[in-house]
Design a protein around this ligand. Structure first.
Ligand SMILES: Cc1ncc(COP(=O)(O)O)c(C=O)c1O
Length: 463
């Protein structure tokens, strides 16, 4: 009878996969023997596999450039990384090796831009797209960038009043973008996004406030669908509505030449993940071209701001199972050595699923378990996966420790979990390892941060 954990996986999915392989009952992630990492650094531990960031960027560039070539598209594709997905210096440094641009969302992001410029990683010609509803500090920082000669800084207007600050404070001609407030999916709890300017207000606003001011150029229209780029009637409908605004504006606003479709390329959250990236990129490019052709306007440069797609698949979070508790006839709790609420907050807050696999003991029999975190919060658990309403893992054995990995956890989890700050029940932030490949193609792990200390937490608490 086939009852080993490895049998379960091989019967359920195509396995091994591009980034997951098993040798001698131990898991390799992008060819990294994870047990070696655990032996060297212990658990809990977060890791970032840097080469994945570059390969994702190159993949998107290839997809859009091929899609453009297929329809003889007469403008360019521009990749922006949306910094809010992971602000870590090593992420930005890796991403920026690939000639990309950046999207910012708050005042301190501009201080990151300063750091990158001062260390020679970016030049003043990089596109900086500044989104968000902006407080004064953010507005001041954006204006400083433009006045300092970052010629491609484009504030994306989130509301009509925002423009006045730039008009009053930018000392030269400058460009802006407008974010379109998209309609939310039909089942959402409200109809229209709070972000951006309503469809019907955009053209009148342009005539009244931008066309009449020779200092301002409207360069970009931006739209972003919160639920991501999906092959649904809803997505194509929103894309089309935004394109119609684009062509209407383009007819009266010659300097408009960029259409920004925001973020939302998905990542693999289950071993059964299927998504036709090629088809989606081709369809988006073809639709943009087709609407422009129908209206006799030139195609725009297409900007994307992929966050999860850039950095999500580079990350993994490894834990040990500390013990197993049996709380009734059926429920077995594997207690992990950290907290889901603080290290993978999306799993708790929006029920986000990640790929979950054991790191060792793939030859053991499997059993159904619930996973429990260390906080006293009853919500600190993980007990289903994207493909099934249960978690199966190798049988717990007190004498043979079991290690688990959650994979593709590289986006948003640190910023949402308040990495390095106060954590629920004061469970410390785990250590963080960065893994790169050296010139021979061998992997070299480096400790980025130790496990958070009680001293740092108590200091924040005022002790
Ligand atoms: C304006 C904007 N652009 C890009 C993104 C990135 O989205 P994703 O991580 O889904 O690619 C976001 C995410 O919230 C966003 O608000």
């Amino acid at each position: 009878m086939k009852i080993k954990y490895q049998d379960l996986i091989e019967q359920t999915f195509e396995f091994p996969q591009e980034e997951f392989e098993v040798h001698d009952n131990e898991l390799y992630f992008n060819k990294i023997p994870l047990m070696d990492i655990i032996k060297q650094y212990g658990t809990p531990v977060k890791l970032t596999y840097l080469p994945k960031i570059s390969s994702q960027i190159q993949k998107a560039k290839r997809l859009f450039n091929v899609a453009m070539a297929k329809v003889d598209y007469q403008a360019d594709y521009k990749y922006c990384y949306c910094t809010k997905s992971s602000h870590f210096s090593f992420v930005l440094e890796e991403a920026l090796k690939n000639k990309i641009n950046l999207e910012t969302s708050s005042a301190f992001d501009i201080n990151i831009i300063d750091e990158l410029y001062n260390s020679g990683i970016i030049g003043k010609d990089i596109f900086i797209l500044s989104n968000g509803f902006k407080r004064t500090q953010y507005l001041e920082n954006i204006v400083r960038l433009i006045n300092d000669g970052f010629i491609n800084t484009i504030p994306i207007l989130d509301n009509m009043d925002e423009l006045q600050y730039y008009t009053d404070n930018v000392s030269k001609n400058f460009n802006v973008g407008i974010r379109i407030a998209s309609e939310e999916e039909p089942m959402f709890s409200f109809y229209t996004s709070r972000l951006g300017i309503r469809y019907n207000d955009i053209v009148p606003f342009y005539h009244e406030m931008i066309e009449t001011n020779p200092k301002i150029g409207l360069k970009m229209l931006h739209f972003f669908i919160n639920t991501g780029i999906k092959d649904t009637a809803y997505y194509w409908n929103e894309l089309n509505k935004s394109l119609n605004v684009y062509v209407e504006l383009k007819k009266v606003c010659p300097e408009l030449d960029s259409f920004n479709i925001g973020g939302g390329f998905p990542i693999k959250r289950s071993l059964g993940f299927e998504y036709d990236y090629e088809y989606m990129a081709e369809e988006i490019v073809a639709q943009i071209k087709s609407v422009c052709d129908q209206h006799g306007v030139p195609e725009p440069d297409i900007f994307t701001e992929f966050g999860s797609f850039t950095v999500g698949e580079s990350g993994a979070t490894l834990y040990s199972v500390l013990d197993q508790k049996q709380q009734n006839d059926r429920e077995l709790w594997n207690m992990i050595d950290s907290s889901f609420m603080t290290t993978l907050p999306d799993s708790w807050a929006i029920n986000q699923r990640f790929i979950l696999l054991p790191v060792n003991r793939w030859d053991a029999e499997y059993q159904r378990v619930c996973l429990g975190g260390l906080t006293c919060d009853s919500q600190d658990y993980y007990n289903d996966e994207a493909h099934t309403n249960a978690v199966f893992l190798p049988k717990f054995d007190k004498n043979d420790p079991l290690y688990l990995g959650f994979f593709h956890t590289g986006a948003y989890q640190e910023s949402l979990g308040g990495y390095g700050g106060i954590q629920h029940c004061l469970i410390p932030a785990p250590k963080h390892i960065i893994i790169d490949l050296d010139e021979n193609g061998d992997f070299s792990p480096k400790l980025f941060a130790k496990e958070q200390s009680y001293k740092s937490m108590l200091k924040t608490l005022g002790f």
